[in-house]
Design a protein around this ligand. Structure first.
Ligand SMILES: NC(=O)C1=CN([C@@H]2O[C@H](COP(=O)(O)OP(=O)(O)OC[C@H]3O[C@@H](n4cnc5c(N)ncnc54)[C@H](OP(=O)(O)O)[C@@H]3O)[C@@H](O)[C@H]2O)C=CC1
Ligand SMILES: C[C@H]1O[C@H](OP(=O)(O)OP(=O)(O)OC[C@H]2O[C@@H](n3cnc4c(=O)[nH]c(N)nc43)[C@H](O)[C@@H]2O)[C@@H](O)[C@@H](O)C1=O
Length: 314
């Protein structure tokens, strides 16, 4: 990418899109195309094609999606399938019709089979059944991967797919029910501390294991891969390290400074028992994360308590 290339970041107001935008701006990319959902609804096929014809972007980061935690995925199953499928189709097909030079599609670690061997290698895709709670979202993300692959096969498009692990960071979604576990725990422990509560309730058994990557590290990896990687195969993006939800809860509890107890609500789903990324391919390509979980959670907590910010609750 040249510093004056026209770069469209779909989803630039979200946690990941805003991190990619910050990274590009810090690196001196000066020609960014940014449009929120109120100006351009990516579910509208005609509007998306008109936008691509008018703006003629050279490069596209596809970080717009319907996103949420385990309960949101399991509750709004139709929306997660439909909205993600249609946004991917509209953007990828319009990119092809308007000769975009390169596009990066962001998937998710939930595309891998629920009980796949650990760590998850890129070639485990489509080797077994998916986790039930996020099957619609995973199916949509797998379709996005296949869009990139087939447009490459048939039309020679340089579209790449990266699979981030669970993410957290600045500008996360702190909705009490629809968010992912890390922002949910930051909010729960903070509110419990402020209100002097005796216990915080953690969903599930606390035994599932998850891996967490700081969103600004992901943004750095995205820019690195956009500039260096041109392969058809997926690339996992993660830390290669995981911990149990109970361990995570204790880490967040200590950072927030809550002194009460943890309770576990086993009526809530655990989801996938473990989804640790194999990051050998990424490391061999030359990129490694650098923000530790403790540093990242502290930054995210400072962001959450920053009174000048209005937090998103999607
Ligand atoms: N968060 C996580 O843990 C993980 C995320 N990912 C992937 O990373 C990507 C970004 O996720 P994240 O930043 O967390 O999500 P966010 O919910 O923070 O951001 C999603 C963005 O998508 C945009 N969007 C949603 N619907 C529409 C629409 N109809 N038209 C236009 N824009 C729309 C929103 O725009 P607006 O704000 O303008 O409404 C928003 O900026 C997604 O592809 C997600 O699947 C992958 C693994 C884990
Ligand atoms: C990124 C990924 O995100 C989703 O998958 P997930 O990793 O299962 O999602 P999660 O972050 O919501 O939960 C992780 C674990 O944590 C437990 N848990 C405890 N207490 C809270 C809690 O308070 N909130 C939440 N959300 N979870 C909690 C929860 O029960 C589960 O065991 C996918 O749907 C899919 O969309 C996807 O790709």
């Amino acid at each position: 990418m040249e510093k004056n290339s026209k770069i469209y970041i779909a989803g630039h107001r979200g946690m990941v899109g805003s991190a990619i935008t910050r990274k590009l701006q810090n690196e001196g990319f000066e020609n960014l195309i940014l449009k929120g959902s109120k100006e351009l609804d990516l579910r509208d096929q005609n509007a998306v094609l008109d936008f691509f014809k008018t703006e003629q972007p050279d490069y596209v980061f596809l970080a717009a999606a319907k996103v949420g935690g385990i309960i949101a995925n399991n509750t709004y199953r139709a929306d997660f399938l439909y909205e993600n499928l249609i946004m991917e189709c509209n953007i990828i097909h319009s990119a092809y019709l308007t000769n975009v030079k390169k596009l990066m599609f962001l998937g998710s670690s939930c595309i891998y089979p629920k009980l796949a061997p650990q760590p998850l290698r890129e070639d485990y895709l489509l080797t077994g059944p998916l986790e039930e709670t996020n099957e619609p979202y995973a199916i949509a993300k797998i379709a996005g991967i296949k869009m990139c692959e087939t447009y490459r096969d048939q039309y020679g498009c340089n579209y790449i797919s990266v699979m981030p692990t669970n993410l957290y960071g600045i500008g996360d979604n702190y909705h009490p029910t629809n968010s992912h576990v890390l922002p949910a725990l930051i909010r729960k422990f903070h509110e419990a501390k402020v209100n002097g509560e005796e216990a915080v309730t953690i969903w599930g058994t606390g035994s599932p294991k998850r891996e967490f990557l700081y969103a600004d590290d992901l943004a750095e990896a995205c820019l690195f891969l956009m500039e260096t990687y041109n392969g058809k195969e997926l690339v996992n993006v993660g830390t290669g390290e995981d911990l149990t939800i109970a361990e995570l809860a204790n880490l967040v509890k200590n950072i927030v400074g809550f002194e009460g107890e943890l309770k576990f609500d086993t009526s809530k789903p655990d989801g996938t028992p473990r989804k640790l990324m194999d990051v050998n391919k990424l490391h061999n390509l030359g990129w490694k994360h650098h923000t530790s979980l403790e540093e990242g959670v502290l930054s995210a907590y400072n962001d959450f308590t920053d009174k000048s910010k209005v937090h998103s609750e999607r």
